[in-house]
Design a protein around this ligand. Structure first.
Ligand code: CUK
Ligand code: CUA
Length: 625
């Protein structure tokens, strides 16, 4: 390969130094807005970060499966329940794949979904507030990797297990993996009005590893495709064991058929513990409910539900083109891409062109669904996205490049180095029926020293390409937060009008919220004290609190009375074992303080809110118990 994964940095053109005119293409003048939002997954930070494209400017880090001291997410009493799971309070996860909600196969800018891999969860972020508003745990799953991808009317957000595990969980020898360990994919329904998620049903599958997924669209709407590896069903993936089979499979799942089977009652109800956490914007408070069972379909009882498409060399990415006709399987140990045809697949099913059913699931003959092969395109293909002009763009991890090829003719049109081992790439709208095109964002897998050194840990990185021309053009490098597994991009105009400016005070239904400083008070109940407090430029009410004793548990319920855009206030208390609160106009938040020492202790506003910000402060007197 021409481009090794190990380009040294420096200042020569080998390292992607650019013609000076490309700077104009990413320049967004002060005060101007970017054309696109990019929601970039935070990998092991458990977060989602919001960038503008083409500038690469970072706007916000949205805490999802994490605690964030800046926003008090996971620290304040209101949001702590969001991080509940059947394993307890888990304030961390590994978030990989954001996906934006769709209507008729086009991005609609309402929500972003993202998966937590480690303790399997799917989260929903509301794009009117840019806050996480729902998290549902996924039972019968482990390493929730082939997630979270939405169908073309956001009927479902779909999640698949990476690890097969005993279902239900039990104490058995790991060596009994084969036949006893199972995979599962979960269909989580999304309410078209309020976005409420429910675990609709799961489908049990053979004990493979379910790696990535994409929904059918257009003609293939109603199907879902999952790449798999370890069709050997080996309990250890040391290379010799895991890659014996020349081909693994893409599992093609007919979810419309699954809906019929559910209606006919062909499911089993299995006991399963999983948390369902919902943040209610009116009460500004999350509730966590533990669910007890799940509906499960077994392909053995449901003919026509699942088919296997043989796909060479441990497929990783599994991508569907904008028409829905082509399903691209990227064998990560391969130099070729395998493209399956949806039409040919249906034909093969109708004419029963099967290679047996070794796993109790019909295996479609490789040649009978094959649309074409993009051959010798590079080394180690991972992921493919699409533009609106019939082109596909595939990342190659080992040869460190993005390769552009033509859908239908399978010819390679262009290739550009990425200067690091590349993982995903993202084209705004690139996994919908209507890609916006214009830019492709390549995201690193292995960090590279392309920035100022920051000690042993080197920054994570993304690279932006202009894809409007026949040839791609590298425009920009910018650092990202956590490992950027994947991203979702959307025209800013589809999101901006939805973006909330304040919370209306009269709509605040927080249990401990108040509407004016006249309603503020301190209430004692045993050693539990509730302070109903307000904040407005530039004071707290009350700002002098006496009668608190060592050993009390003091709840500060603080309402920001402001009703103007961009006037948050903060509050912090000396010695409080929590973060500050950063409270938006019209919102109420709560922190708990358990004073340990007698004295007079100050609190203050943490957000510079007016010329008299520094005056926004108060005292609490703490007396002996
Ligand atoms: S994965 Cu393929 S490169 Cu989508 Cu978690 Cu990271
Ligand atoms: Cu309120 Cu500073």
């Amino acid at each position: 390969m021409i481009f090794s994964g190990c380009n040294k940095t420096g200042r020569s053109s080998e390292n992607g130094a650019l013609a000076s005119n490309v700077a104009e293409k990413v320049y967004v003048a002060p005060g101007e807005h970017d054309e696109f939002y990019a929601f970039v997954s935070g990998g092991f930070s458990g977060q989602l970060s919001v960038y503008g494209l083409p500038s690469g400017r970072l706007f916000k880090i949205i805490p999802v499966f994490s605690q964030d001291a800046e926003k008090a997410w996971g620290y304040n009493e209101e949001t702590k329940p969001m991080l509940n799971t059947s394993h307890g309070f888990i304030p961390w996860d590994d978030s990989h794949h954001p996906d934006i909600s769709q209507t008729n196969g086009e991005l609609d800018g309402r929500w972003v979904f993202i998966n937590g891999n480690n303790t399997p969860r799917i989260a929903k972020i509301d794009l009117s507030t840019f806050e996480t508003t729902e998290i549902i745990e996924v039972p019968n799953s482990a390493g929730n990797h082939s997630s979270s991808f939405v169908t073309e009317n956001t009927e479902y957000v779909v999640a698949g297990t990476r690890f097969s595990v005993p279902i239900p969980q039990q104490d058995i020898s790991i060596k009994e993996y084969k036949g006893k360990f199972k995979g599962s994919v979960s269909f989580i329904s999304v309410d078209p009005e309020d976005g409420g998620m429910e675990m609709a049903f799961q489908i049990l599958l053979p004990g493979f590893d379910y790696d990535l997924a994409h929904p059918g669209r257009g003609a293939s709407h109603g199907w879902f495709f999952f790449s798999t590896y370890n069709s050997e069903e080996s309990h250890t993936l040391m290379e010799v064991n895991a890659s014996q089979n020349d081909k693994d499979f893409i599992a093609a799942i007919n979810w419309k058929k699954a809906e019929e089977y559910i209606k006919q009652g062909k499911f089993k109800t299995m006991p399963a513990n999983y948390a369902h956490n919902v943040y209610d914007e009116r009460t500004h408070t999350a509730t966590s409910t533990m669910k007890k069972e799940v509906r499960v379909l077994d392909p053995a009882d449901c003919p026509g539900l699942v088919y296997f498409l043989p796909t060479p060399k441990s497929p990783h990415g599994c991508d569907v083109d904008p028409t829905g006709e082509y399903i691209v399987g990227n064998g990560k140990l391969s130099a070729d891409l395998t493209v399956h045809s949806f039409t040919k697949m249906l034909d093969a099913i109708e004419n029963k062109k099967f290679d047996g059913d070794a796993y109790g699931i019909p295996i479609i003959k490789f040649e009978d669904a094959l649309a074409g092969v993009v051959s010798q395109a590079g080394l180690g293909p991972l992921h493919t996205e699409f533009d609106a002009k019939g082109n596909a763009y595939t990342t190659f991890f080992i040869s460190s490049e993005v390769v552009k090829w033509k859908v239908g003719t399978w010819e390679v049109i262009d290739r550009k180095p990425t200067y690091y081992s590349v993982g995903h790439l993202m084209i705004p709208g690139g996994n919908s029926r209507k890609p916006f095109g214009k830019y492709a964002l390549a995201m690193n897998k292995i960090t590279k020293d392309r920035y100022l050194p920051t000690g042993p840990e080197v920054t994570q990185s993304a690279q932006l390409y202009d894809i409007t021309g026949e040839k791609m053009e590298l425009l920009l490098d910018f650092p990202t937060v956590g490992e950027p597994h994947y991203a979702a991009g959307i025209a800013a105009d589809l999101v901006k009008p939805r973006s909330k400016k304040i919370f209306k005070l009269e709509e605040n239904q927080h249990k401990y919220g108040v509407k004016s400083s006249a309603e503020t008070r301190v209430e004692r109940n045993g050693n539990e004290v509730h302070v109903y407090m307000t904040m407005i430029r530039s004071h707290f009410t009350p700002d002098n609190i006496e009668g608190i004793k060592v050993g009390d548990k003091v709840y500060f319920h603080v309402t920001n009375l402001e009703q103007d855009y961009d006037v948050p206030h903060g509050i912090s208390m000396i010695g409080a074992n929590t973060s500050e609160l950063l409270i938006m106009p019209g919102q109420t938040e709560t922190f708990v303080w358990e004073p340990k020492q007698v004295g007079v202790w100050p609190f203050y506003c943490t957000d510079f809110c007016s010329a008299l910000h520094q005056e926004m402060q108060g005292y609490v007197r703490v007396s002996p118990a």
